[in-house]
Design a protein around this ligand. Structure first.
Ligand SMILES: [Zn+2]
Ligand SMILES: [Zn+2]
Length: 255
């Protein structure tokens, strides 16, 4: 069974054909998925979906691009929802220096607040990082995020940074980019980081793996990510599948 640890089936891109997308995932062997909500509408929709489907779980948080919009009420609301048995992590949270909607200081503040909350409610965290690696690593260390651990989602950094995150109790999640011909670093990470610390994801509808690059991504394509990791490590697809699923079940505390 494949476990897609990061999907946005709550995105409007799936409104028309969600049932078909889920059927294709099931046919491909995707047995579990975590739906990630990152603002009011996407969290609400994620909660609806996990109520409806037993194989879906939720991770809820506030995206750094929209950090400027998060209120204290939003944080209290996330804390209340985190008691729900199918909420298995907080996030995605982190820093995104590619877009400038939210100032860096606001992003850092909202990131720190969510780490505090995760420690309070004892849930792992899902980290979104774009062009902000050093600040992310510094904040995770300063805030003692090791206590809850979590996922570096769609990791695109070097094997050295990946190892630093592993040493802080984080898993490295690889997505579509590991299949891109020009993606040197994700391929190195796939080779060097032990299978015991790797997870797989699609981040659908974004970042579809080769040969579907540029199209709408969907959970069935997570198999392409697993196949690429198997090839890079010189092991079987079954081994990658078993290990990454076991890692995800353990991290999310799912039996
Ligand atoms: Zn993200
Ligand atoms: Zn995402």
């Amino acid at each position: 069974m494949l476990f897609d640890t990061h999907v946005h089936l709550n995105a409007e891109q799936f409104n028309e054909d969600l049932e078909e997308v889920i059927s294709r995932a099931k046919e491909t062997g995707v047995g579990k998925m975590v739906v990630v909500g990152f603002d009011r509408p996407t969290i609400e929709r994620a909660m609806e979906l996990v109520e409806r489907y037993d194989f879906l779980y939720a991770s809820i948080g506030w995206h750094p691009v929209d950090a400027i919009d998060m209120t204290d009420e939003d944080l209290v609301w996330i804390e209340e929802l985190s008691n729900h048995p199918k909420v298995v992590a907080l996030g995605e949270m982190g820093l995104d220096y590619h877009w400038d909607k939210s100032p860096k200081e606001t992003q850092k503040d909202v990131f720190r607040k969510q780490i505090h909350l995760a420690k309070k409610v004892k849930l792992p965290i899902v980290i979104h990082n774009r062009d902000a690696t050093q600040d992310i690593v510094d904040i995770l260390r300063e805030e003692g995020a090791e206590e809850v651990g979590g996922i570096m989602h769609c990791f695109s950094g070097s094997p050295e940074i990946a190892q630093e995150c592993v040493d802080m109790n984080f898993y490295i999640s690889l997505g579509g980019p590991v299949t891109f011909k020009n993606a040197k670093k994700p391929k190195e990470v796939a080779k060097e980081i032990p299978l015991e610390r790797l997870l797989i994801e699609t981040d659908c509808p974004y970042l579809a793996p080769h040969p579907n690059r540029g199209k709408r991504n969907e959970p069935a394509y997570v198999k392409l990510v697993a196949e690429q990791i198997a090839e890079l490590k010189g092991i079987s697809l079954e081994e990658v599948e078993a290990a990454t699923t076991e890692n995800a079940n353990k991290l999310f505390n799912i039996n």
